[in-house]
Design a protein around this ligand. Structure first.
Ligand code: SF4
Ligand code: FE
Length: 488
């Protein structure tokens, strides 16, 4: 699809979106939602551009046809590297979360997991999934990978919750399918997706059988609706003008997705009670998404570093050694994240189903660094920008012709006089870069660059658990013993 065809395709869906207590009729053109749609649209636009063909498109392993890489099953370590490079490119072009990766990561995790479930149980989940994915690839669809349940009381397993809806679960089994209830929280890009793949959010035991469920479902299925998630300073998007928004073109999007007795036909079911495989799907999806952050957040970081350098230039301090050193530090941190994304991809290996999986230890190290470095990068960006990024009057003031001065000066004149940049740089350009940095560091875009870096693809402790599991301390002890001459 072209970007326009993608946006038009959303209009044809009967997606139910609620915001500020009301159902939205035209959510596609809503000023608070549209930037996030533009962002996904970039995944289509860049795929049409011949200069990005190698990164943005691939040959389907299922059909041999040319497809958008966001719908691809990775066939080699090289594919995994290209995925990370594609994500960095999109981060650079949007400075936002472009949302479509969750589906791509779900495809690869569910593809390999269903193969192994079928091997053990003789089920046909893998065939179901392949048919679904061919449909997705041929129609170039955006699919949300829905994992995070509300979880209620974290000390209790799914079946122990006072309210069973705290985890998505099967409430009825029919000959032709299942009926599911529950919800998924902070779902990136859910409203902008044509379909959803639902997956369990934790490893499960036998008593959680009804919660061990994975399936695909159209976004406008009967009984499915969404409540839009707020972002810091989001209502600036409702104001006239766009300088105060910071990044008015692009943005991320999260929502609460509710399943209220949604019927899922058998052909769209990928896990239904085989509880011991819930953990495998979680681990693989999380691994892929932790790799993803070594691409997308790096691309966004590139833009933040660029904006900080511009702010320094506009203030006339770009030659100061302290500023140069901060930009070096920001670059060092950002490229370290990229190195991890590339490393876990290069060390990838084939799954039993044949698609490639990242090195799990390195992917978790990648994401652990992502929970820290963007925070340091924005701290340095704020340091370089100065306090103006949070104290500057509004765009309306800069344009106001209300007279305030004794000599007839307007509010606009006064703002432009006192917030003038160095010679040769317009005050408006200075305003733009300051508001952009405000947006990235603590406005709506900080959802994607800061808090999502912390909690997206799993909170820091989740990676530490995986690092502990994959770190092979016993093997390392043996190395030490052997060199130190310790026999036992
Ligand atoms: Fe893609 Fe990054 Fe957004 Fe995840 S956080 S969907 S990897 S852009
Ligand atoms: Fe994310």
């Amino acid at each position: 699809m072209t970007a326009k065809e993608y946006i038009d395709s959303l209009r044809r869906l009967n997606t139910r979106v609620y915001m500020f207590g009301e159902k939205l009729d035209n959510w596609v053109d809503h000023p608070m939602i549209r930037p996030s749609i533009n962002c996904v649209a970039m995944t289509y636009a860049l795929a049409q551009d011949p200069q990005y063909a190698d990164l943005m498109t691939a040959t389907s392993s299922l059909t041999g046809r040319k497809i958008n890489r966001f719908t691809h099953l990775h066939q080699s370590a090289d594919d995994l590297v290209k995925k990370v490079k594609m994500q960095r490119l999109l981060g650079q072009k949007t400075a936002s979360c472009f949302q479509r990766c969750v589906g791509m990561d779900a495809f690869n995790a569910v593809y390999s997991s269903t193969y192994e479930i079928d091997e053990k149980y003789g089920t046909s989940y893998h065939e179901n999934f392949k048919k679904f994915l061919i449909y997705v690839q041929d129609n170039d669809l955006t699919v949300d990978g829905a994992m995070t349940d509300p979880k209620g009381d974290r000390s209790k397993a799914p079946h122990e919750q006072a309210d069973p809806d705290m985890y998505v679960h099967v409430v009825e089994r029919r000959p032709d399918g299942i009926v599911v209830c529950g919800a998924k929280c902070h779902q990136t890009g859910s409203i902008n997706s044509h379909w959803h793949i639902f997956m369990p959010t934790i490893a499960m035991g036998e008593a959680d059988k009804d919660y061990a469920v994975s399936f695909a479902c159209p976004t406008d299925a009967e009984g499915l609706y969404m409540i839009y998630g707020r972002q810091s300073c989001d209502t600036r998007k409702l104001e006239d003008g766009c300088i105060d928004v910071g990044n008015a073109k692009f943005g991320g999007q999260e929502a609460l997705v509710v399943l209220d007795h949604v019927f899922i036909p058998n052909e769209y079911i990928f896990l239904n009670g085989e509880y011991e495989f819930a953990g495998m799907i979680v681990e693989r999806f999380a691994g892929y998404h932790r790799q993803s952050y070594g691409g997308c957040k790096v691309g966004v970081g590139d833009v933040v570093i660029g904006a900080a350098a511009l702010a320094a230039e506009y203030n006339g301090v770009e030659k100061a050694s302290a500023v140069k050193d901060k930009l070096i530090e920001m670059t060092h941190l950002n490229e370290t994240l990229y190195s991890c994304g590339i490393a876990c991809s290069c060390e990838g290996c084939p799954t039993r189903a044949g698609n490639y999986q990242i090195d799990l230890l390195l992917a978790n190290v990648c994401k652990q660094n992502v929970t820290r470095f963007p925070y340091e990068i924005v701290r340095l960006a704020e340091d370089i920008a100065g306090g103006l990024m949070v104290t500057m009057p509004s765009e309306t003031d800069f344009k106001s012709d209300t007279v305030v001065g004794n000599n007839g000066e307007t509010i606009g004149d006064i703002c432009n006089k006192f917030f003038a940049a160095r010679e040769g740089v317009s005050t408006e350009d200075r305003q733009k870069v300051m508001r952009f940095l405000e947006n990235m560091c603590l406005g709506a875009a900080a959802v994607g660059y800061r808090t999502e870096s912390m909690h997206g693809a799993g909170s820091p402790q989740a990676q530490r658990i995986m690092i502990a599991r994959q770190g092979n301390i016993q093997g390392k002890k043996k190395l030490a013993k052997s060199i130190a001459g310790i026999e036992k």
